[in-house]
Design a protein around this ligand. Sequence first.
Ligand SMILES: [Zn+2]
Length: 194
Amino acid sequence: MTENQGREGQLVTPGEQLGFEEEFAAGTNTYADHSTGELRAKVVGITVRDWRSRILAVKPLKTPKYLIKSGDIVHAVVTGFKDSLVILQIFYIERGGVQLLTPLTGILPAANISSWRSSPYKDALGYGDIVRAVVIEEAGPPYILSTRGREFGVILARCPRCLTPMVKRGGVLLCPRCRAKAKRKISSRYVKTR
Ligand SMILES: [Zn+2]
């Protein structure tokens, strides 16, 4: 690894252009766009150029602490419930439009789901729901999240019976296929599927 190269050791995000195929071969965590000859990053990480073998790679960030900040809006999928906590996997950060190929764990305490809701927290979100949330504690992972506020909450849920994406009808979600209904903490940004 050489020290005097301009882009060596630079923090890059997925899709970022790193160089050209004529200079380097695509190494770990990079890919070549053969239509343009560009090499691009697959993951968030630090560029590493091997000048002897002419291979360009990206070393993934092991401790991406500074990647997610307090106040960031993230998208995450619900993967579990435990002791009044909802466990999620964060896969997208709206700031910078960063897709995380390796999801980061987020935790949504029941008290942060909504400022008004009093019904059981397990009804507010379901397994597999896609949630839009705010990071309120950045010392993660796990990152502490909140879905308080009308723009936050479920943005896409699948029917628990037939897995069809559900549509928002008033304050509830409705399955267009089997007509099942689900109550959720729904975001005002719920995806319009039709
Ligand atoms: Zn259904």
